[in-house]
Write a new protein. Structure first.
Length: 266
């Protein structure tokens, strides 16, 4: 690619990423090295936008998982009612063998109901967590845009191109975006810990139910929805873009875990 053509492509890219009142025409007049720096900074916005879209997909998957959990809870209640009716029949028939079998089925159905409730508790918190991650991704995108705007303004001023923009106001907007991002990440970390505890409680109840389950019909929970991989990039200073950068982020991709009764990771 010739230098002239490269400069034209760069100018078009810069014009398409304006996020403030900074003049695109002035940005296109910057030296090649400065425009290259702006284009590199723009990648943080592209990554943040991709992460926001992925976070919305993950939220929809969590909502679907919750629908399944609600259905399983209803089925568990019906199964417990049927088991109790069998116990009543065994007592009225005065058949000890039938009564013992019906009592075992009732115990198993009761344990399965407790496990189903624990699963729904986890599913509710998982949806809340995914909503919080969307808020984090949106805050991350706003912070990335504010950083790019500051970079543009600094380069323009360094090259003697005065802009009719209040630099202090722009910096205040950037600081506000960073504070909102920090708050959003703190909220995600808090809910992530709560969701992890509820998932552990559900696993415990599910294991207890499996030990007492009868040989009769059991309802298998759905396979977990796959986590959407978040794009990552190395960028100067603090990298932006990965909404899963939280203390409890899973080290193993969901698609690599064994297929079992495990729900989507927080």
């Amino acid at each position: 690619m010739t230098l002239r053509r490269w400069l034209l492509v760069s100018a078009m890219a810069l014009a398409g990423c304006a996020t403030s009142g900074i003049s695109d025409r002035d940005v296109a007049r910057l030296p090649v090295a400065d425009r290259t720096q702006i284009i590199t900074a723009q990648k943080s916005i592209d990554v943040a936008e991709s992460n926001l879209a992925a976070a919305k997909v993950a939220r929809d998957e969590a909502k679907q998982f919750r629908k399944i959990a609600v259905s399983e809870l209803d089925a568990s209640r019906s199964r417990l009612e049927a088991a109790r009716s069998s116990v009543d029949l065994g007592r009225s028939a005065r058949d000890d063998r039938t009564l013992r079998e019906a009592s075992r089925n009732e115990d198993a159905a009761r344990d399965q109901l407790v496990a189903a409730r624990a699963k729904l508790d986890y599913a509710d918190r998982l949806v809340e967590l995914r909503e919080a991650k969307i808020n984090e991704a949106e805050a991350n995108l706003n912070a990335a845009r504010a950083d790019v705007d500051r970079t543009k303004l600094q380069l323009l001023q360094r090259n003697g191109m005065d802009q009719n923009i209040d630099a202090n106001k722009l910096e205040a907007r950037r600081q506000d975006a960073q504070e909102r991002l920090a708050d959003a990440r703190s909220r995600v970390a808090q809910i992530e810990g709560e969701a992890a505890q509820l998932k552990t409680a559900w696993d415990d109840r599910r294991n207890e139910a499996s030990h007492t389950a009868s040989r009769g019909e059991t309802i298998a929970p759905p396979p977990p929805p796959a986590e959407v991989p978040m794009p990552q990039m190395k960028y100067r200073d603090q990298p932006r873009g990965d909404v899963n950068d939280t203390p409890a982020a899973p080290a193993t991709k969901q698609s690599q875990q064994p297929s079992n009764n495990i729900a989507p990771a927080p």
